[in-house]
Design a binder for this molecule. Sequence first.
Ligand code: FE
Ligand code: CA
Length: 515
Amino acid sequence: MSTSRRDFVARLSAFGLALAGLPRFPVLLRPRFAANPFTLGVASGDPGPDGVVLWSRLAPDPLNGGGMTPEAVNVRWEVATDDAMRNVVRRGTVSARPDLGHSIHAEVEGLRPASWYWYRFDVGGESSPVGRTRTAPANDSRPDRYRFAFASCQHYENGLYTAHEHLAREDVELVAFLGDYIYESAGNPNATAGAVARPHQPWEPMSLEQYRNRYALYKGDPALQAAHAAFPWVVTWDDHEVDNNYAGDVAQDSVPRDAFLTRRAAAYQAYYEHQPLRKASIPRGPDMLLYRTIGAGQLARFHVLDTRQYRSDQSCGDGNKPACPAWSDPSRVMLGDTQERWLTRGVDQSQARWNILAQQIAFSRVPDPNRPQYHAMDPWSGYPAARDRLLAWMAERQQRNMVVLTGDIHAAFVMNVVRDALQPESATIATEFIATSITSGRDGFDRWGQLRDYETTVPNMKYHNARRGYVTCELTPTQWRSDYRMVPYVMRPGAPVETVASYVVQDGKPGAEKV
Ligand code: FE
Ligand code: CA
């Protein structure tokens, strides 16, 4: 397009001015692509009662920076009430900006609550695949049933996305993804045959372009694209979107703070560029607002947490360790003061029957009966003062039906959240469902060796399994039900899915019961 490109370049039109404060770019008026630019699929997210965010990214050469020239491009979007896109009810144009990787975030309004819609993007004679999305129930409505799924941890090298193939066919209204969407490790070209299902690029991302190329590798997967195209997603991150076990402004390895924050800024920006997030989450340097609430009428409210950006560093050198003095230092935080106040106020003001804490890391203590003095230093167990503060607050609010959803540990657990995390026999005050991973940990196995007798050794652990999959949840005003949906293998294709365990929570009675 270089010969006459200048003829088609104009100053940024009104479409781009919505993002006040961001720089202006010339606009490519008649874009032409060597290949369809929608290689990364489509997605939608953060549904409200009257609208949703529609996402895609123009990337005709996805694994090599995207393949776009440095102008902005105006992309048309349409929303219809049918999958053939005949009855279009909303349409508009959004700017795909070069400084945001030509990502597309169209915030659609004016839709009806609790309704399915289909959407598509068009630019330069090319069309995206059609995606399906669903608006949230009206804020004052009282749905008698609401279904969603949650999942986490999809290491690309550790397996195929068979679980996403099954997830895309589930009867749910929303997917919550709780972190480790990408992994930052470098692919090892000398890995033993059979150890890697499919390789990462042979580098660890540091720059924005490298993070973009890592997202492009993941988002090129057809099963992941199908799961995004089937439902709106609500996402939050864990550590691997940036760097294993980073904490706030502290890297895993000893890296100067400024250098790590430069890397964090690149990683956060790439995260924003590849997720269906609202404008409030546009990153500002190394900072990005990710905690937020998503409603489901008077039946449920998701309090989506960020347990990485504001936390204190791990104590005792991270890992699984006996406690050292810093472990119980009351000044160490997980959510940070601002987010903690936002959470407690949000739950206190919520009218919802079920208050969902959608977050990344194990809230309950998952003990090792062989090493009872050890604590995992990265999850909440490594931040006992911060956890105790929340437990004391939760204990006063058992009627708020708090349910904690968790990712991170690549194994499934159902935990009764107890008043004293170190005393598994203490009173149950809430319930925690820990998803296993989509792939991380490869095929997996039935249970961790140290938990072979968990039924008798860990009284508040109601279920454990270390295979791959996700969880579907069905909420009614009187009962929460979680079904653990598992695939027996991910290192080769074609695994079936089955429900291996189902647990319910009754309204007003914290704790899980086996179905
Ligand atoms: Fe993980
Ligand atoms: Ca993690």
